[in-house]
Write a protein that binds this ligand. Structure first.
Ligand code: HEC
Length: 189
């Protein structure tokens, strides 16, 4: 065999070897990438400023009228068994039709002086409210002390609890960051 042929053959074998190695290592490479992404995520969770920012976003969402409307609509359709501390106990779902629920929710948010996302539904919503909800929560929405919740409050009890939970989450997670210092990430969950 000529030197040239030997040379070409060894280059070819080398290339083949490298290609085979590349394919063998691919799953491992993907694995490392996934690990890397996970570490980046952990770092992000650890950053106090980022935790505060996501807390503020969560609070803004919980305080929005759109969220409140969804909360009320969900309760109309599915009931409320949040143990809010009323003698009557749970509220059943389905006191109003599914189609009426968003309209009633539009009206209920006005009870605490909010502007609903669909002001054009308020009037109809009020009519539904009086016949489907007023019996327990009162025509004025003020409820019955100790028995039925006051819907003129802002935030409503269920929303207030979510806000408190968000705050507690922030405190717990940021204390985890402080204890961990720079090097070792503390468990966040
Ligand atoms: C039979 C009485 C009754 C009727 C009718 C009723 N509710 Fe309720 N509602 C309750 C009770 C009791 C609770 C508290 C349940 C709990 O502890 O989770 C409640 C809870 C709620 C809450 C959560 C209050 C808060 O502070 O977070 C909303 C909102 C609500 N009702 C809206 C409505 C709407 C709108 C209607 C009409 C479609 C309606 N309810 C009909 C008894 C009633």
């Amino acid at each position: 065999m000529s030197d040239f042929l030997k040379y070409t053959l060894s280059i070819f074998l080398l290339l083949l070897f490298v290609t085979v190695l590349f394919f063998i290592n691919r799953p491992e490479q993907k694995d490392t990438e996934a690990k890397h992404r996970h570490m980046e995520q952990e770092k992000r969770n650890e950053c106090i400023e980022c935790l505060k920012k996501s807390y503020e976003e969560r609070v803004a969402l919980l305080n929005s009228s759109a969220y409140l409307e969804r909360y009320i609509e969900d309760i109309i359709n599915n009931g409320s068994s949040q143990s809010l501390g009323y003698a009557y106990g749970d509220m059943q779902g389905g006191f109003a039709d599914k189609e009426a629920a968003p309209k009633i929710a539009s009206y209920v948010v006005t009870l605490s002086g909010r502007r609903p996302t669909h002001p054009e539904w308020v009037k109809e919503g009020q009519t539904f409210y009086i016949s489907n909800c007023g019996g327990c929560h009162g025509e004025d929405g003020k409820g019955v002390h100790g028995t039925f919740p006051d819907l003129t409050k802002d935030p409503l009890i269920g929303i207030k609890r979510r806000l408190e939970r968000a705050k507690a989450d922030l405190t717990r997670r940021s204390s985890g960051v402080r204890q961990s210092g720079q090097g070792t990430p503390a468990p966040l969950h």
